[in-house]
Design a protein around this ligand. Structure first.
Ligand code: DX5
Ligand code: ZN
Length: 218
């Protein structure tokens, strides 16, 4: 198994200096840049759109892992693809045609991901799992950084690990929310191979990013 990928969530970065923040976590050893897109409709918060992704794109060579918490999702897919997203993930609740949205993302040459909220069962994506490049398990309710990891999600991670292994396809299993050194270790043990972390990466400022990322891998 390959080493776990660390995806800093820029939701916890200094929004007045996003370009520099992305450069800093790239230099500090991050694997992906996680971009949380919120619409104040699907989730009770409002963040950034494709224009910001486009502006940030030249500031890192790393893949941009775009987590869309928006509804409807389909009208925004082309804009994020053109802005430089590498993976586009969406919640199955955010549109009536999950398979169609996956195909739309792929038609733009991007990797497609589905995101499972804490209360959303694996069954919600069972019939499209083989079409996905990534599944993102939410270990907090989406909308805000800095929340506590919901314990019941470890079982979902383990069940998903089994389902992915049974398919034999290289589908990434990513976890998002409340990831710190302790929960990271348990996520990896349950079968996660990519971890999103906002608070745990950005706390303490740029001087800490190397140590913060290393702590999540350990
Ligand atoms: C929550 C976002 C997460 C969040 C993670 O809606 O999807 O990416 O920023 O933040 P932490 O790591 O602080 O829980
Ligand atoms: Zn996220």
């Amino acid at each position: 198994q390959q080493p776990v990928r660390i995806a800093p969530s820029i939701l916890s970065a200094d929004f007045a200096a996003l370009g520099r923040e992305i450069e800093a976590v790239t230099a500090a050893g991050a694997d992906w840049i996680h971009v949380d897109v919120m619409d104040n409709h699907f989730v009770p918060n409002l963040t950034i759109g494709p224009m910001v992704v486009k502006a940030l794109r030249p500031h890192s060579r790393l893949p941009f892992d775009c987590h869309l918490m928006v509804t409807p999702v389909d009208p925004l897919v082309p804009a994020f693809a053109e802005a430089g997203a590498d993976t586009i993930s969406f919640h199955p609740e955010a549109g009536p045609h999950v398979h169609r949205t996956i195909q739309l993302i792929k038609s733009h040459g991007k990797r497609a991901g589905c995101v499972l909220n804490p209360a959303t069962p694996l069954a919600a994506i069972e019939n499209v799992l083989a079409d996905l490049d990534l599944v993102l398990v939410m270990s907090v309710n989406p909308g805000f950084g800095g929340q506590a990891f919901i314990e019941s999600q470890f079982a979902k991670i383990a069940a998903l690990r089994k389902a992915i292994d049974a398919l034999g396809k290289p589908i990434d299993l990513e976890v998002d929310g409340g990831v710190n050194a302790e929960t990271a270790r348990r996520c990896i043990k349950a079968g996660a191979d990519a971890l999103v972390a906002g608070t745990a990466v950005f706390s303490g400022g740029p001087d800490k990013y190397v140590a913060n990322i290393k702590a999540l891998r350990a």
